[in-house]
Design a protein around this ligand. Sequence first.
Ligand code: AKG
Ligand code: FE2
Length: 368
Amino acid sequence: MATSTITTTETETPPLKLTLAYDKEVHEQYKYSAYLPVYDEKTQFPALQPFEFNDRGLVAKKEKPNLFAKENADLKVTKLTPVIGTEIRGLQLSQLNDQQKDELALLIAERGVVVFRDQDFKDIGVEKQKEFGRYFGPLHIHPVGSHVRDNLELHNIYLGPDNQYRNQRSTKRLTSTGYHSDVSYERQPPGITILTLLSVPPTGGDTAWASQTAAYARLSPPIKALLEGLRAEHSGFPQADNARRDGKFVRREPVATEHPIVRVHPATGQKALFVNPGFTKRIVGLRDEESEALLKLLFTHITQGQDFQVRVRWEEGTVALWDNRVTAHTAISDYNVHNPQEGLRHGFRITTLAERPTGVNGLESTWE
Ligand SMILES: O=C(O)CCC(=O)C(=O)O
Ligand SMILES: [Fe+2]
């Protein structure tokens, strides 16, 4: 995992132990070297506290007259598929006013994922990047992941040849894809995630999203009725245990939460499946075999439903924003990080927390 260790200047007491997750010499010329991944292995965080959440999409006009202003002749809005995904050109995230951001929140909820092209977002600096994220909800700090130095809210995505952690990790799985909803085990799990790539490989490294509203809508009425009354356990323990096993630091003790399997989005009122292969472990109240069979059915449905998925190719300047309450997503690790010709994939994720999930007939998330 660690290639070298550095400490911050004497002005900081006690010194932060930061472990680089990359080889310093390789990146001397890199424009975004300040964003390269490090591990703060010192700062510990208490359990996340409950907070009141107001979805920005609730106050937005459905027609989105501000986001899609008629005066903007450069604006190009394209549906990537009929079911999920919208691409926007001719609009800078960094320039949006509050009304536009409210409408964007609603658009992300409706379309699952919104892909902004040709953005200057990566060049506006970490403070403005964090401020943009905070508009939508409090920023999540990842319990184990690498991050941008001094900015734990900027979770790092880094697939360089010198990512020792990744190099050492072995898997017995046939595929590297892993659909998930970001840290869905939290009590108030994320709403909008904002993913910015700073370095994009010439080909490969796409990201795919599945619509959980469409996945839910396809189910037969008896299965819908069954699922609407059930909760499933989402657990952060395996992630923390694996990190500890690999010698990584765990900044916040993991939690497990029982969330409604069918979740209602506060702004759209739409129902969505809220289970994912990444973090959902069992259905509460069922026998083991029943839970396993039902989760297998749902995971197969979600991951194989290409007719309600979208796969996005990253371009220089692309920023993707998705709503974790109504989608699942996966990185597509299809290129060889050890081949310099295949380029570097590097970016950061800003993850905004949302409401305590509510299901049908007010079914709420619970925990012990
Ligand atoms: O790197 C990607 O394509 C997605 C990674 C991911 O799951 C995330 O940023 O939440
Ligand atoms: Fe993710």
